[in-house]
Ligand binder design. Structure first.
Ligand code: NAP
Length: 323
């Protein structure tokens, strides 16, 4: 039985990945900064809370990382932990940089220290590309990060590439474009939109305040994206892959689709609030996942409108179950 360690198992991707690996017969261990305090709500929601082993681990504390690795002795480590919000990274740049760059370095060093046999998946991000303009970004596209989060992810990407080359580690980065699901926290704009559209359809009089709705993103479905992570780790050679749908839509399209799903016109309810604009933003983000298609046999089945519909349906089911 293969053993996987998922750092950041309480998050959206951590929970879906745990479910996927359990289905594949893995023994799954997961970490949270404080496993005693975390509610692991996402794991509970997927009905797998009792099927995973949980450990406390602080990525920025080398001793803590080393201790967990020595105790769990995993075959595969998936590092999904770290400050993950682009918006918050402008307010907490040091925390963001530390949790991502020092965190990734500690995992790499701990793997090296324990003999270098453990495979590592690193959660890279399409934010590293910056504005992709009218071209789609792939593995050969240069990085032009436009937020503290993206700067940190770019550094972590090169840390992984360097340890792979220098020490022969099986270490790879998935450069994932945005992927959403009902497990997305409320602070992320997609969940904020879906929740507001649902409440308004239920009779709420509220307005939805959004920043720049003309930005374009390549939105996919999170459960499909964790499949790509798993596939990267099953290859003979560790390589980096861009994971995307290949299509981009404006945030306004996303809003319109969500309100349309609940039978409402978004223009009556949405207010643009320039105080929500980011200091620097990406106008367009779109990926070109040809390498993933060719080598991993992976392709995104769900596009933006499917993602919106599934998030709205999950919201309806959640409320009905609570009644
Ligand atoms: P998420 O839901 O925010 O989960 C990340 C986990 O990291 C959290 O559950 C949290 O676990 C831990 N964490 C949060 N802040 C931290 C901090 N300051 N220091 C250390 N740990 C912290 O993120 P996700 O959407 O599942 O994404 C997984 C990974 O993929 C992240 O690295 C993210 O940056 C990256 N990524 C995500 C997307 C996307 O569209 N979702 C796209 C590209 C890349 P505890 O609170 O339990 O410790």
């Amino acid at each position: 039985m293969k053993k996987a360690l998922i750092c950041g198992i309480s998050g959206q991707d951590g929970a879906y990945l745990a479910q996927l690996l359990l289905d594949k017969g893995y023994r799954v261990c997961g970490t949270s900064r404080d496993a005693q305090m975390s509610s692991f709500e996402n794991l509970a929601r997927l009905g797998i809370r009792e099927r995973v082993e949980l450990q406390s681990m602080s990525l920025t504390d080398f001793r803590s990382v080393l201790q967990v690795l020595a105790k769990v002795e995993p075959d595969e480590v998936y590092n999904l932990a770290g400050q993950s919000s682009v918006g918050l990274s402008f307010e907490q740049p040091v925390e963001t940089l530390e949790s991502i760059t020092i965190g990734t370095l500690n995992v790499l060093e701990a793997i090296r220290f324990t003999g270098g046999k453990i495979k590592l998946y690193n959660a890279g991000s399409s934010e590293c590309f910056g504005d992709t303009g009218d071209r789609s970004a792939d593995e050969s596209t240069p990085f032009r990060p436009r937020s503290p989060y993206a700067v940190a992810k770019a550094a972590a990407f090169w840390e992984v590439a360097n340890y792979r080359e220098a020490y022969g580690l099986f270490a790879c980065s998935g450069i994932l474009f945005n992927h959403e699901s009902p497990l997305r926290p409320q602070r992320f704009v997609t969940q904020k939109i879906v929740s507001a559209a649902y409440r308004i359809a239920q009779g709420s009089e509220e307005k939805l305040y959004l920043g720049n709705t003309s930005i374009k993103r390549d939105w996919g479905w999170a459960p499909e994206y964790v499949e790509a992570m798993y596939l990267m780790m099953q290859q003979e050679k560790p390589e980096d892959y861009a994971i995307a749908t290949g299509e981009s839509n404006t945030l306004e399209d996303f809003v319109a689709a969500a309100f349309n799903c609940v039978g409402l016109n978004w223009q009556d309810r949405v207010i643009t609030d320039t105080s929500l604009y980011r200091p620097t933003d990406i106008a367009v983000g779109r990926g070109h996942p040809a390498k993933a298609r060719e080598i991993l046999g992976w392709r995104a089945k769900s596009k933006m409108e499917d993602v919106v519909r599934m998030m709205i349906e999950a919201k309806q089911a959640e409320v009905q179950n609570a009644i």
